[in-house]
Design a protein around this ligand. Structure first.
Ligand SMILES: Nc1nc2c(ncn2[C@@H]2O[C@H](COP(=O)(O)OP(=O)(O)O)[C@@H](O)[C@H]2O)c(=O)[nH]1
Ligand SMILES: [Mg+2]
Length: 492
């Protein structure tokens, strides 16, 4: 068999791939699809703590991880396979708090941190240990979430998984999920249906069909219930003979490498799928940006300006008795009168549009899983004030060319007309010829308000971008293609 040199190109490709995975900016995933963050972690870890050592350490013994629900007999089986009472067994659960690796002395060190988990390593010199290391794991259905994570990390580092269960526990959810994860990795999984009695034939059949239905590729080894031994934490060797024969077969045929190749292929496929999911996520983030834009555009278009000053008459100077009697034109509108009236107009305009801005901010919040709206209303109010005052200043500029006597009154009338409160029949300063000026002023106001609204979109998009930047998975693809090509070459 070809032994892989320590720093083979495949090794380097995989290391680059792991770095690319670790370097992904997954803030968007953390918000919109957190399972992708977990998947990234699983894949990066599988590459670093399983594939790379597996492919580069030619003498590494096959690693057999024994897992399954509490009390299914894992520790008893491990002891029985090695022929020594090393793993702690007991009816009191959970008995195995720290994973136990059983191997030969030369390999003790490399198993101390298997899968990033601190393990207790026991060494012995029994025949089976010259071919493989056995790992007894914490019970995965105990109340501790940590145990499950530990079991998963160990399963991710296995060449072979033995999933031990019993007629009573085979349908338990959490262990089942761990079994599924093991099978999905592409490594051989042996299901041991342990402690079977004559009464559990139905359970055995049901277990088999459940596995088939779930598409879990595993071979089932049945082990009958043994009489309680006299103080020993083992069952007779003859009972585990089939299991041990299968393990030797796997170790013989493979020395771990073809298994690693299969796991590598599965894993690269998973990385590709993660890349596709991240592309989908990038599209989702860009749809969210579009959604913010369209909310803001439709809100800006929906602002109702007409009628907001219907009840506010244009300011007029006192005409005086004599002027009325002589039917003289009213005097010029004094500047302070116009200015204070315009302030009222500005206040009404702002409060109407502000209500719409707040409603828009709420719609943005509804469209996103985190609150952006609150953060945009304050800056939007400032932009809105600028828009309103800028507009009024512009209306004043428009009337600058008129005779000084009429100017202020014309300004007031222009404002009223622009806001849909015409003074038909009453206006003197602004003749019907100037109607187009009112239209232009109205258009100017609408333009300024839509700028204020689009400012809302700009700020909201910037916040979305900062909290959930679209992930870029393009580098993953290239690296997967490279690693796949290298894998095919090594396998040939
Ligand atoms: N009677 C009987 N008891 C068993 C058998 N296998 C395991 N046990 C007992 O069941 C309890 C739990 O077994 P253990 O190996 O610690 O299970 P683990 O939690 O999966 O490691 C211990 O008391 C074992 O002695 C068996 O085949 N027959
Ligand atoms: Mg145990």
């Amino acid at each position: 068999m070809y032994a892989m040199p320590a720093a083979s190109p495949l090794h380097e490709d995989l290391s680059r791939l792991a770095s690319a995975l670790e370097g992904l900016d997954l803030r968007a995933a953390a918000i919109f699809a957190d399972e992708l963050v977990a998947e990234r972690g699983r894949l990066a870890r599988a590459i670093r703590s399983y594939l790379i050592p597996r492919l580069s350490e030619a003498d590494r013994p096959m690693t057999v991880v024994v897992t399954g629900p509490t009390g299914s007999g894992k520790s008893t089986l491990v002891n029985s396979l090695i022929g020594m009472d090393l793993a702690e067994t007991g009816a009191l659960r959970p008995t195995t708090r720290t994973p136990l690796v059983v191997t030969t002395a030369p390999h003790a060190e490399r198993f101390q941190g298997l899968g990033g988990v601190r393990c207790h390593v026991a060494t012995a010199r029994t025949p089976i240990l010259t071919r493989m290391a056995l790992v007894d794991t914490p019970d995965i259905d105990s109340t501790s979430v940590g145990h499950r994570a530990m079991a998963e990390a160990l399963v991710d580092s296995a060449d072979v998984v033995i999933f031990v269960t019993s007629a009573l526990r085979y349908a338990d959810r959490v262990p089942w999920e761990v079994l599924r994860r093991a099978a999905d990795r592409g490594c051989p999984v042996i299901s041991v249906l342990n402690r079977l009695s004559a009464a559990s034939a139905g359970a055995a059949i049901d277990y088999g069909s459940r596995l088939a239905r779930a598409g879990i590729d595993t071979e089932i080894v049945r082990i009958p219930e043994q009489r309680p031994g006299s103080g020993s934490a083992r069952i007779p060797a003859v009972v585990v003979r089939e299991l041990s024969r299968r393990l030797y077969e796997l170790a013989d045929g493979v020395e771990g490498r073809p298994i690693a190749m299969r796991v590598a292929t599965t894993l690269l496929g998973d990385v590709s799928r993660l890349g596709e999911a991240l592309d989908g996520l990038a599209r989702l983030v860009s749809r969210r940006h579009d959604q913010i834009d369209s909310i803001v555009i439709s809100s800006a278009a929906g602002v109702e300006l007409d009628g907001i000053i219907d009840d506010l008459e244009a300011p007029a100077p006192r005409r005086g008795r004599l002027r009325r009697l002589l039917r003289l034109r009213p005097p010029a509108l004094p500047e302070p009168l116009l200015a204070s009236w315009l302030e009222v107009v500005a206040a009404r305009l702002s409060s109407r549009v502000e209500a719409d801005l707040r409603a828009t901010a709420r719609r943005i919040d509804d469209a996103l899983p985190f609150l952006i709206g609150g953060a945009v209303t304050e800056p939007a109010r400032v932009t809105l004030a600028t828009a309103v005052h800028g507009w009024l200043a512009n209306v004043r500029r428009v009337t600058e060319g008129m005779p000084a006597r009429d100017r202020n009154a014309a300004t007031a009338q222009l404002v009223r007309r622009a806001l849909g409160s015409g003074d038909e029949g009453r206006h003197e300063a602004l003749g019907p010829r100037e109607a187009h000026l009112a239209e232009a002023a109205r258009a100017d106001l609408e333009r300024r308000l839509s700028v204020a609204f689009s400012q809302l979109a700009v700020i909201a998009s910037a916040i979305l971008e900062a909290r959930a930047p679209a992930p870029d998975a393009s580098s993953l693809d290239e690296l997967v293609v490279l690693a796949n090509a290298r894998l095919a070459f090594v396998d040939a």
